[in-house]
Ligand binder design. Sequence first.
Ligand SMILES: [Zn+2]
Length: 124
Amino acid sequence: MNGHAVLRKPHATDAPPAYLNAAAAGVPAVALSTTQLAAIRAVMRTFVDDDLARGVALQARMFCHACQQGRAMAGFIPYDRYQLCNWCATEYEVARARGEVQSAGRFVRDKVFGEGPAYALDEE
Ligand SMILES: [Zn+2]
C-alpha cells in the first residue's frame, strides 16, 4: 500500500485514488442496522435454497475465486467473471451496501491478497 502512495502523483484535491476501496481510503462506512444486515443475509440464503430446489446436489462443490477454496455449489453467485461462494457473496453484498467496496473484482483481489478480514462477517 505504501508503494502506491509513493508512486501516486499528487492531485489537486489529493482525493484517494479510485482503486482504493472506501475502507482503505478512510471513508466512513455506511452503518447497516441489524435488520438490514439480517435482510441481506436472508436474501443471500435464498440462492442456496433455490439451487437446492433446482437439483444442485448438496455435496457438489465449486471453486470460489474469493476465498480460493472448494465450497458448496448451492448458492454460488456469478459476478462478472468471478464465481463467489454464498458466504463470500454475502460478505461482498454487505461490504457493497456499506460502501466499502465497489466491484467484485476489487473484493476478490482484497480477499486473495490478504485484506479479506476487513470484510469478515460474524458467523450466525
Ligand atoms: Zn468463497
